[in-house]
Design a protein around this ligand. Structure first.
Ligand code: G3H
Length: 518
């Protein structure tokens, strides 16, 4: 099969202009192979340099204009209209964007389209949530003879970087709330899953004032540091690895100016108690550890199973894993697919070898089967703390298993871990579940009862402790995260009351408004 869409990206978006790039380009290949066994060519993107990166900060700064720019001072109603127009434009490219995501990151066809649809829904829900915020701000509160008109205002320049596993959804879950709240943005697409942006650049250019959305292509290492070194970035919004987040923060020259919105790696455990419904636990652990080949921050990355049911669980789990096949993403019922990152098989192979060397065994028959663009899911047992696969986020189809007699074992490991996003706990005995849940909620930020971990529904808070996240995302929380409460205080006296009354009636101020957005 050949890709229906390819994209030669020759422009980047800067200060409202699509600027042609005459310099070096990076070729983009799928890890899917053609008939001759070569990776399929999908297009190319500019490899921008540090001069363009610095220029992007200049144009963003100009667009924000110290809070006096067109966008940060625009009424919420008008900003919402721009985002509405953008999402309508975006919807025209469902096919192109979903297909390119499927080819570039080898996500199944169903999930690639789902990523698109979920993102469109997220944007529409964000618009509604923004109206809701605005309605709550359309009033005056009175305390100690002071009236306060409190609203949420923008913060400034947002540098936004997304991940390759959800290149559209997770990136736009940062970008759109940042924009709608009146900030200006510099957006660098992920390492893989970049070509679809070509279909949206014109929409970004046409729907927003110049400089509000600036889109740069290239290597993070080349573009990130000069942007941060300007000291002018107000928010670093990054979904990726904590090491990249720390490296970028370290470049900032004015750290207290910098707000962090980070979705980072995780090591979410599944804990299977002795009375768990085994079939349910097996099914959820397969889905949780292997959806999109385990390349999800929310994936189950270690399984703790009670010793009394370990053998039965392992047998059923391995059987189910071995019944899977690696398929092309467009095939019906595809679940496992090739890995988009060419360095991944070697990385996972190293984790497997290290675990074997330190005493683990590959438990499933097809485990350890590695090709140049895939790794068959590999179940490892017994895994211990000295192994790399215990410490590091595998972000791929390798599943470490540990057995326990006492719930304190997984609880202690989780407390010692550098991560704290979610957990999945399987069991039916409330005497055991109750105290376990009370500990788990203080170690992670979502306890999934008898189901695998996941981010959605997007209305719920998505966050993590320690190296797993900074700040909370959800449709509602993201709007808070990308804004700050700011207010006008007026004394309850004749002069101030008259002024406020005039301002609300004449719309001379866009901030002071009691208009109720419907
Ligand atoms: O990679 C992390 C994603 O936020 C996971 O989202 O649970 O919907 O796959 P998901």
């Amino acid at each position: 099969m050949k890709p229906t869409y390819t994209a030669e990206v020759n422009h980047y978006l800067l200060g409202g202009k699509l600027v042609k790039w005459e310099g070096k380009h990076t070729k983009v290949y799928s890890s899917l192979k053609d008939k001759e066994g070569n990776p399929v060519y999908l297009g190319s993107v500019p490899e921008l340099d540090s001069d363009v990166a610095t220029k992007a900060v200049e144009v963003a700064d100009k667009a924000y204009n110290r809070g006096r720019g067109v966008w940060p001072t625009m009424s919420v109603k008008q900003r919402i209209a721009c985002v509405q127009k953008f999402v309508e434009e975006m919807e025209k490219y469902r096919e192109e964007i979903s297909q390119l995501i499927m080819w570039e990151i080898c996500k199944t066809k169903a999930d690639s389209y789902k990523e698109f649809d979920r993102t469109v829904e997220y944007i529409k829900d964000t618009i509604q949530a923004c109206k809701d915020f605005d309605r709550r701000g359309a009033r005056f509160q009175k305390e100690s003879e002071i009236f306060a008109h409190i609203r949420r205002g923008p913060i400034g320049i947002v540098f936004c970087l997304g991940p390759y596993n959800y290149p559209l959804n997770e990136t736009f879950c940062l970008l759109i709330p940042a924009i709608i709240m009146g900030n200006v943005t510099i957006f660098k697409p992920a390492k893989f899953g970049v070509l679809f942006v070509n279909y949206l650049m014109k929409a970004f250019q046409e729907c927003f004032p110049a400089g509000v959305v600036n889109i740069l292509f290239g290597r993070g290492r080349m573009i990130g540091p000069p942007i941060m070194q300007t000291g002018k970035v107000d928010i670093l919004a990054l979904i990726g690895h904590s090491k990249s987040a720390v490296a970028l923060q370290d470049q900032h020259t004015n750290k207290n100016r910098l707000r962090l919105v980070l979705g980072l790696e995780a090591k979410n455990p599944a804990i299977i108690l002795k009375d768990a419904d085994l079939e349910l636990a097996v099914n959820e652990c397969v889905k949780g550890s292997l959806s999109y080949n385990g390349q999800r921050c929310t994936a189950i990355k270690v399984i703790y199973v009670h010793e009394s049911i370990r053998e039965r669980f392992m047998k059923a789990f391995c059987k189910k894993v071995d019944a899977l096949n690696i398929q092309a993403p467009w095939e019906d019922g595809a679940f496992l697919t090739p890995l988009p990152d060419p360095t991944k098989p070697a990385f996972l192979s190293d984790l497997i070898d290290d675990a074997i060397e330190k005493g683990a065994k590959v438990m499933n028959e097809k485990g350890g089967e590695i090709g140049d663009n895939y790794v068959f899911p590999t179940v490892l047992y017994p895994v211990n703390k000295g192994m790399k696969v215990f410490q590091e986020e595998q972000f791929g189809p390798v599943i470490p298993v540990i057995s326990f007699d006492d719930i304190d074992v997984p609880l202690a490991d989780m407390a010692d871990s550098d991560y704290g996003q979610q957990v999945a706990i399987f069991g039916e005995n409330t005497d055991e579940l109750g105290p376990a849940i009370d500990s788990l909620v203080n170690l992670v930020c979502r306890v999934n009862l008898n189901s695998s971990c996941q981010r959605g529904p997007d209305i719920f808070p998505f966050t993590g402790r320690k190296n797993s996240a900074v700040s909370t995302l959800s449709i509602y929380d993201a709007l808070r995260t990308f804004s700050i409460r700011t207010f006008v205080a007026s004394r309850n006296n004749e002069l101030d009351n008259e002024l406020i009354s005039e301002l609300t009636q004449t719309q001379k101020s866009k901030f002071i408004s009691t208009e109720y957005l419907l």
